[in-house]
Design a protein around this ligand. Structure first.
Ligand SMILES: Cc1cc2nc3c(=O)[nH]c(=O)nc-3n(C[C@H](O)[C@H](O)[C@H](O)COP(=O)(O)OP(=O)(O)OC[C@H]3O[C@@H](n4cnc5c(N)ncnc54)[C@H](O)[C@@H]3O)c2cc1C
Length: 286
């Protein structure tokens, strides 16, 4: 199949992009890396009349430290998560998750803004913004605002973004010496979307967990924090009993959907296995 005919506008500034969107209304889409949108156009799952190319907007680029956060411009490509030193130092969870996102050709074009805006529940980076307690910087016709990742993902492919709004950047709290992190996923083949994936950020005092955020992907309609499992770990040392308690808590925290290729009970089992592995690594000082 081929995409329906559309017009194309290359915006040089955020204002130009927002104006073009306001004029076209529901019939416009922003395009960044195109790694999700172009396949959707080709399959006619989407058929906008106007594509607004945002890849030439300088303000959406660049990575810099700003007020206790790392500001990662929306156009930062997945491959830059691997090569940008400030991301490896100050947002290492994104750095270790990046090789699991698709394949090199897709990572060379796909952007973090596009990934978070799309909010695919099987994607790595949206879930990592939850584990990191990141904030999403949004700019739109009514101004600029920052939304916590906890409040951003609403339902399947539904986010706090209003029509015509752009993600300008992702703000990640700077990684600290008293923090530990772990990431992994289970997939049929490397590069496939995960059957289950998980990222963890923990603040520790010695071997005691002061605070922890655990975020799963590929387990439901949105990236999912498992707050029962987090509660089972906060204030405790990571021993075998605590890890087992956190694994048990997943039963209430997660409700994998019926009717897809992996039965819910199997997905829950895989989530328990993955959490056990990651907490074990965290206990070893990951
Ligand atoms: C074969 C294949 C395998 C893949 N495997 C994985 C995988 O394992 N894990 C994974 O996470 N992803 C995977 N992807 C998706 C890929 O990571 C995409 O790059 C990413 O999801 C979207 O980023 P993009 O920049 O390409 O966005 P685009 O495709 O350009 O846009 C996606 C959507 O986001 C909107 N958008 C884009 N940028 C912004 C912005 N700044 N503000 C507001 N809205 C915006 C667009 O309007 C569109 O609706 C895969 C893709 C393919 C084709």
């Amino acid at each position: 199949m081929k995409a329906r005919a559309f017009s194309y506008f290359r915006a040089a500034t955020i204002d130009q992009a927002l104006d073009a969107h306001a004029r076209a209304g529901d019939d416009a889409r922003f395009i960044a890396g195109g790694q999700s949108l172009v396949p959707a156009l080709s399959l006619r799952l989407q058929a906008p009349r106007l594509l607004i190319d945002i890849t030439h907007i300088d303000e959406l680029r660049g990575v810099r430290r700003e007020g206790g956060y790392l500001r990662i411009g929306a156009l930062t490509r997945h491959c830059e998560m691997l090569t940008e030193a400030s991301i490896a130092e100050s947002a290492p969870l994104l750095h270790v998750a990046a090789p699991f996102v698709a394949h090199p050709a897709i990572r060379n074009r796909g952007t973090i803004g596009g990934s978070v805006a799309l909010a695919d529940p099987a994607s790595e980076f949206p879930a990592m913004t939850l584990a990191l307690d990141a904030e999403i910087e949004i700019v739109g016709p009514s101004g600029r605002r920052r939304v916590k990742a906890d409040d951003f993902f609403i339902d399947l492919f539904e986010t706090a973004l209003q029509p015509g709004e752009l993600i300008a950047a992702i703000h990640v709290p700077l990684f600290r010496a008293d923090q530990r992190f772990a990431f992994d996923e289970l997939a049929r083949r490397r590069g496939d979307y995960a059957l289950v994936g998980c990222g963890i950020m923990a603040t520790c005092q010695g071997s005691r967990i002061e605070d922890i955020r655990i975020s799963f992907f590929s387990v439901g309609n949105t990236p999912t924090r498992v707050k029962g499992a987090e509660r089972a770990l906060i204030g405790a040392r990571l021993d075998v009993e605590r890890i087992a308690a956190a694994q048990r808590a997943l039963e209430c925290d997660l409700a994998p959907p019926e009717g897809d290729e992996v039965p819910p009970a199997m997905r829950l089992h895989l989530a328990r296995v993955l959490l056990g592995r990651l907490l074990g690594r965290l206990g070893e000082g990951a």
